[in-house]
Design a protein around this ligand. Structure first.
Ligand code: ADE
Ligand code: ZN
Length: 333
């Protein structure tokens, strides 16, 4: 192992952009399809992996929503989340902020409580046995309506002790943040943290809307913000965290090659960029693989890698005292 790979492995990290349904590995897809008697259009794990060849976000989402169709019972959501936590632990991830897409399940007749129950049971076990702290972020699917988002927030209300924030994901183009301004306002009034996918495929205007209308505390992806100098400077001045997902960007053709990842430019501009895996089962790597890919392609220094790890804790929805302690661990690593 070279010294850069060793540093990546050793650094304590937070993962702030991870869709739990996107951690469904083909092996588990097959096992759950069998356990739940669900038909899937694949004969083998190899055939599944071969299908993970995407030209854009929608291409991926079409398969992602089909894949999650094998998740039916509370135990399925537990198994999924536990498998992710074990992998995160192997990458020395110390804190996770996990997105889940309840509408992808409730629209198939799976109860909100079933989804939340399984994810939460695994998160509690992960904290007790692996020492990984967590935050859970409910994402609204932006291709669905504002009314449906409000209905989902209503379903979440009895469980706000276990849900820490809301996010916005799914098909970005044609579904600007403005569509969800009111439901985000309602979520903020409930004391929830707020973040949103913006500028993955969508234009800088969507990032402005996420900031001005949704009043987000972080931007998920944010690649295209760099097209706008004023916006870039605002992100620097406001100290906003961007959750960048290098292997996702590559697989979804947001960038033509990993050397085009915006991470270097963001760090140089003074943006608090972080490295995340997004949907690791679909994009070919968990968090350390994402660090490694950009470190190699952009020739990141040890100081850059430490900055990225520090940013991951600084941008977390954690109390300041916890952030300070975890950042000190990065410095000591
Ligand atoms: N849902 C899961 N992964 C996503 C991504 N990268 N962008 C938008 N929605 C998603
Ligand atoms: Zn995402």
């Amino acid at each position: 192992m070279d010294s850069r790979t060793a540093l990546i492995a050793r650094l304590p990290k937070a993962e702030l952009h991870l869709h739990i349904e996107g951690s469904l590995e083909p092996e588990m897809l097959f096992a759950l399809a069998e356990r739940n008697d669900v038909t899937i259009p694949f004969k083998s794990v190899d055939e599944v992996r071969a299908a993970y060849d995407f030209s854009n976000l929608q291409d991926f989402l079409d398969i992602y929503y089909k894949g999650m169709g094998v998740l039916l019972a509370e135990q399925d959501f537990f198994d999924l989340t536990w498998a992710y936590l074990e992998r995160a632990s192997a990458d020395n991830v110390r804190h996770v902020e996990i997105f889940f897409d309840p509408q992808g399940h409730t629209e198939r007749g799976v109860a909100f409580e079933t989804v939340l129950g399984g994810i939460n049971r695994a998160l509690a076990k992960g904290e007790a046995e692996l020492g990984i702290t967590n935050r859970l972020i409910l994402c609204f699917l932006r291709h669905l309506s504002e009314d449906e988002a409000f209905a989902t927030l209503e379903q979440a209300r009895p469980y706000l002790d276990r849900i820490h924030g809301v996010g916005l994901d799914s098909s970005e183009l044609g579904h600007p943040p403005s569509k969800f301004a009111r439901v985000f306002s309602a979520a903020r009034a409930l004391g929830l943290h707020v973040t949103a996918h913006a500028g993955e495929e969508g234009p800088p205007e969507y990032v402005y809307e996420a900031l001005d209308l949704l009043k987000v505390e972080r931007i998920d992806h944010g690649n295209r913000a760099l097209e706008d100098k004023v916006l870039t400077q605002r992100i620097v001045d406001e100290g906003l965290t961007l959750t960048v997902c290098p292997l996702s960007n590559l697989k979804l053709c947001v960038i033509p090659e990993i050397a085009q990842s915006p991470v270097r430019r963001m760090l140089d501009a003074g943006i608090k960029a972080t490295i995340n895996s997004d949907d690791p089962a679909y994009f070919g790597g968990y968090v350390n693989a994402n660090y490694q890919a950009v470190a190699d392609a952009l020739d990141l220094s040890d100081a850059d890698l430490r900055s990225l790890a520090r940013n991951s804790f600084a941008g977390a929805f954690l109390p300041e005292a916890d952030k300070t302690r975890l950042i000190a661990e990065v410095d000591a690593a």
